[in-house]
Ligand binder design. Structure first.
Ligand code: GTR
Length: 415
């Protein structure tokens, strides 16, 4: 009988959890009050110098790893990078190379590297793409991605598989020519080469195929971790390409891939700057602000992105030992750009702005400035310098306006 009651209670709460309406709050008056944890207070320790911060920043990394994104493998693998093809593009303004990265013969990833011919050692923007390298440009020599993609809009994608017409469909999200003309390069790979973006994606990705080689069980990390790991492996490749300035690699990502870029930037300090484009919940937005997407919603929709433990903080966000401003603080003292879009309230622009504003405590230890005590700026009015923020008009996307700001940011902050 007791067992029955327990089973009933369990089923009931499970059903209740799933029945919770998928309605988001967009009313500021219902956000509620919250207090943010202080990045400089680590348990009983109070950090007052940059040296102390650097010695102890692992305290926060460990908390993010144990509560949210999972561990990252510590072991280094044998990574074989092979150049598949190389050619001039954009009328000779750039050289495009395709690389294959192989990990122990078990996982392969295809990387597109586009560098300006006019620059000897180019700064680069490095980021993952959602639905295959072929979506970034119409160039026929870019291999068609043949694994599962999250795109499913016919005729370019059918049953989550890329079709020939998907070439260049997301060229606007990459602005390759603009980036080249500014003297920067572009490096990208599909996130699905590391882990396909669905609940069972881990079975076919690095978390399973490289589990023994990396010494981590699949459940010890997450899709976000697998993508962040992939970004660092692309960084390994970038470090070995002569024409790339190894000290000027900017990691960036849009939305879910912005979350992964932030996690990669926090763990891998070789990334010289970090850009979060509308990364929202689980990215730059504060989890304690109940506005737009919430922990409950994101962990129900995308259980594979985070550890199951993160889901337990739904409706008790205030008990999380950290909030996302601390993830941003872990990017210190490097340049960081956080961007929102007005038409993307789901990502909680205000929550993204507030966490960006909260970063400066740690930057101050380095004598560096943050956004200062400012109010949220108006549309299309970037604010800040080393730490920047903008909210632009328009929808959830990464567009020409965003890229114009990122190029300016790269030029000003990486020189
Ligand atoms: C949404 C998700 C967001 C964001 C977005 C995206 O469905 O709720 O957290 O990551 O997808 O990646 O475009």
């Amino acid at each position: 009988m007791k067992r029955f009651i327990l089973l009933f209670c369990f089923l009931n709460t499970t059903i209740m959890a799933q029945q919770k309406p998928f309605v988001a709050n967009y009313d500021e008056s219902k956000v509620g009050a919250f207090t943010l944890p202080d990045p400089l207070v680590m348990g009983s320790k109070k950090i007052t110098t940059k040296a102390e911060w650097e010695k102890n920043r692992g305290y926060w990394l460990d908390l993010f790893a144990s509560h949210m994104y999972g561990k990252l493998p510590k072991k280094k693998l044998k990574q074989v990078n092979t150049l598949i093809s190389k050619k001039e593009i954009l009328g000779g303004k750039a050289i495009q190379s395709i690389w294959k990265m192989d990990f122990e013969g078990k996982v392969q990833a295809t990387v597109v590297v586009i560098l300006p011919t006019a620059v000897k050692k180019a700064p680069v923007f490095l980021g993952l793409n959602f639905c295959g390298n072929q979506t970034i440009s119409t160039d026929e020599s870019i291999p068609m991605f043949d694994k599962y993609v999250v795109c499913n809009n016919a005729p370019d994608f059918v049953n989550y598989v890329s079709q020939p017409s998907s070439r260049g469909v997301w060229a606007t999200r990459w602005q390759i020519e603009k980036v080249i003309d500014a003297g920067f390069g572009t490096i990208t790979a599909a996130c699905g080469d590391f882990e396909e973006d669905h609940a069972n994606g881990y079975k076919n990705g690095v978390r399973t195929r490289l589990a023994s080689a990396l010494g981590l069980k699949p459940e010890e990390w997450t899709a976000m971790g697998a993508w962040a790991w992939g970004l660092s492996r692309i960084m390994d490749l970038a470090q070995n390409i002569q024409q790339i300035d190894p000290n000027k690699v900017i990691v960036h990502g849009h939305s879910r891939l912005g979350k992964a870029a932030m996690w990669a930037g926090a763990n891998d300090q070789r990334f010289a700057a970090i850009i979060s484009n509308e990364s929202g919940e689980g990215g730059a937005a504060l989890s304690r602000r109940i506005y737009g997407e919430t922990i409950w919603r994101i962990t129900n929709s995308f259980p594979h992105w985070f550890l199951p433990k993160y889901a337990t903080y739904s409706d008790r966000e205030n008990e999380l030992p950290f909030d996302q401003h601390i993830l941003l603080s872990l990017l210190s003292p490097r340049p960081v750009y956080v961007a929102s879009a007005f038409g993307d309230q789901w990502s909680d622009p205000k929550g993204e702005f507030l966490s960006t504003r909260e970063m400066e405590k740690v930057y101050a230890l380095y004598g560096k400035k943050g956004l200062g005590n400012i109010e949220m700026p108006g549309l299309n009015q970037p604010v800040g310098q080393l730490i920047r923020y903008h909210i632009r008009e328009g929808k959830h996307d990464i567009n020409e306006y965003d890229w114009e700001q990122y190029i300016k940011f790269g030029k000003e902050e990486l020189n």
